[in-house]
Ligand binder design. Sequence first.
Ligand code: UDP
Ligand code: MG
Length: 332
Amino acid sequence: MPALAPRPELSIVVPVYNEADNLAPLVARLEPILDAHVSSWEIICVDDGSRDGTLAALRALNAQDSRISAISFSRNFGKEVAIAAGLDHANGEAVVIMDADLQHPPEVIPAFLAKWREGFLNVYGQRTDREGESPLKRNFAKAFYKLFASFGETELPEGAGDFRLLDRRVVEALRALPERARFSKGLYAWVGFRATGVPFAVADRAHGESKFRFRKLFSFAFDGISSFSTVPLKIATWLGVAIAIVATLTGLYFMVRTLLFGTDLPGFPSLIVSIMFFSGIQLISLGMIGEYVGRIFAEVKRRPLYLVGERVGFAQDDSAPPRGDVLPPGIG
Ligand code: UDP
Ligand code: MG
């Protein structure tokens, strides 16, 4: 273990994927606010396998100010994993997680800090509107929150996302969760602690475009539901039970009818349709089970959550975080 440096009061964790143009403006806006409101701070950027000049921009920022450091993944691992890595490397008494694209206004951080100093440990930004988003994405998000609320045992506060302040105790609780499926929004809620919301308006993206296209959003949503609820499996079970009951009743009906009136041959269309219908239901149910089995597989492989290709501004012999590994020299 390296000698423990005193903890900064606040760490800012920023997942970054192809945001070279946004980093300098973000830091320029953050710094005066941090200087004015906390005694000491650090910014930790997690470069999630960017393919543009992000890493170079991070090196330049670190050269200007050693309070800005970065870890660079060996490839793109996704935003959720980038956040987990940021929490592994953050030392602050409190940690603020925010996007790199300036959609999360740094001006809200003092309000987070005020709530934290009041004694709240889990202070989340609550978006007051989703106007910057397409109606499709907006409605999708709405439907997701509804579904999650009715399926899950975990309650997600409406409009709460990744922009939030976590006390050290919450960070340690999150870091202790061993799962690879990191649906952070659910995990923040699952760990509990004294939580409160601070409303904020989401700004437009400063440069570049969103990395979450619709398909990615869809699989993200299913990940969220499947890691917090087994209701989809129960739906398959109950659907099976309901269909079996209907089939039994139909069978009885035909038996009685044949005994009373004899048999007649026609009825192929209905036969074909019902066979197709039930095969469909079976395949859907199997697929649903498969999704869960796949997730179990991903968990039991116990691969590291992420691989670090390079650290900028960290001692290279940094004690290895529990879930991340540094590639041996010569690889990556
Ligand atoms: N991001 C990331 N890895 C990814 C995709 C996104 O670290 O694979 C980061 C991205 O750089 C940004 C944040 O996650 O800082 C939010 O991404 P984005 O703005 O694309 O999402 P949106 O705001 O549209 O939900
Ligand atoms: Mg964004």
